[in-house]
Ligand binder design. Sequence first.
Ligand SMILES: Nc1nc2c(c(=O)[nH]1)N[C@H]1C(S)=C(S)[C@@H](COP(=O)(O)O)O[C@H]1N2
Ligand SMILES: [Mo]
Length: 370
Amino acid sequence: MTQQDVTRRFPTVGDGSGLFSEDSFSREEVQLALRNRGMPLEALRYAITPAGMHYLLVHFDIPFVEVQDWSLSVGGLVSRPLSLSLDEIRARPARTLAVTMECAGNGRALLSPRSISQPWLLEAVSTAEWTGTPLKPLLEEAGMQDAATEILFTGLDQGVQGEEVQYYQRSLSIADATRDEVLLAYEMNGRPLEPQHGYPLRLIVPGWYGMTSVKWLDGIEAIDHHFDGYQMDQTYRYSQSADDPGQPVERILVRSLMIPPGIPDFLTRGRLVEAGNLVLTGRAWAGPLEISRVEFSEDGGESWSQTQLGAPVSAFAWREWTFQWDARPGRYTLFVRATDSQGNTQPVEQPWNYQGMGNNMVQRVEVLVE
Ligand SMILES: Nc1nc2c(c(=O)[nH]1)N[C@H]1C(S)=C(S)[C@@H](COP(=O)(O)O)O[C@H]1N2
Ligand SMILES: [Mo]
């Protein structure tokens, strides 16, 4: 037994490096994968993901909230601290916005070696219509002081991560927190939030990876320093090793996915496709940026063809692409890749990072055409 095993609160998986090199998955990763479901890729068919198919990521436990005992506090560096009930929040001006949300760890388990965490392949993305009240006017009403530099958001859920007992907390700069599209949401797809998606209230930060959209929100605080909590400075970093502080993970990078064509093989999920002309389709998104093109390849990226783009569902949501494919008998690895309005294109080979963050490499779909 190493010194580390003796002093750790919980025994760790693997050799203690935080990485795993073999292809087999540990019991702990399977346990996380069963709690945190992905969106089945065939659900890319829906512009707005049905709520029960929306991906899910919960670090700790889903808190049980009785709404009459719950309130949202707005405090810190404000001249008029507020405490609001759900009814009071619902009585405020409302806005509904379609938002594509993606987990920053999407694609993590495709890297090698992989970071030991929720083992996403490609399915940690969905789009919902969120209804809530804009945050900015609420901060103005509370009289945010000039000294404030960040807004700290606290969820009700508590747990242990990286040996630290903590509430789930994230902060945003004043500029990012006061953008018009930032909402305090109480409805998803026209219905009250379900417990697992943050009931009764969550933050929605369109264009940012999902970790920013704090669920079970009960505290908003204006502060005059950088919040250095675990979910800010220890994780959600683009880093090269356990000791490398790296760079913060923020906005969603460009990505496209394809609805796997034909019918699946039960175990491998390989696809069986009937020869002939078929329409391939999927969706592409780039956080706050627009998608400028989506390309398709049937020969493993040797040659690329332009696909047809549909209208974006909103300024912060995905857009559909379609491609007429002449499927001739044989085996193929289909690729799809998107480019955003700033000219960033998805990589075919993913540059590795220690936590497996922001992996946007092109999807590969194995098909057998008969
Ligand atoms: N309070 C709290 N908020 C949270 C989380 C959490 O564990 N606790 N998970 C975050 C992460 S990592 C993601 S990807 C999104 C997922 O939102 P969803 O489960 O509604 O899809 O919620 C974010 N907000
Ligand atoms: Mo996430």
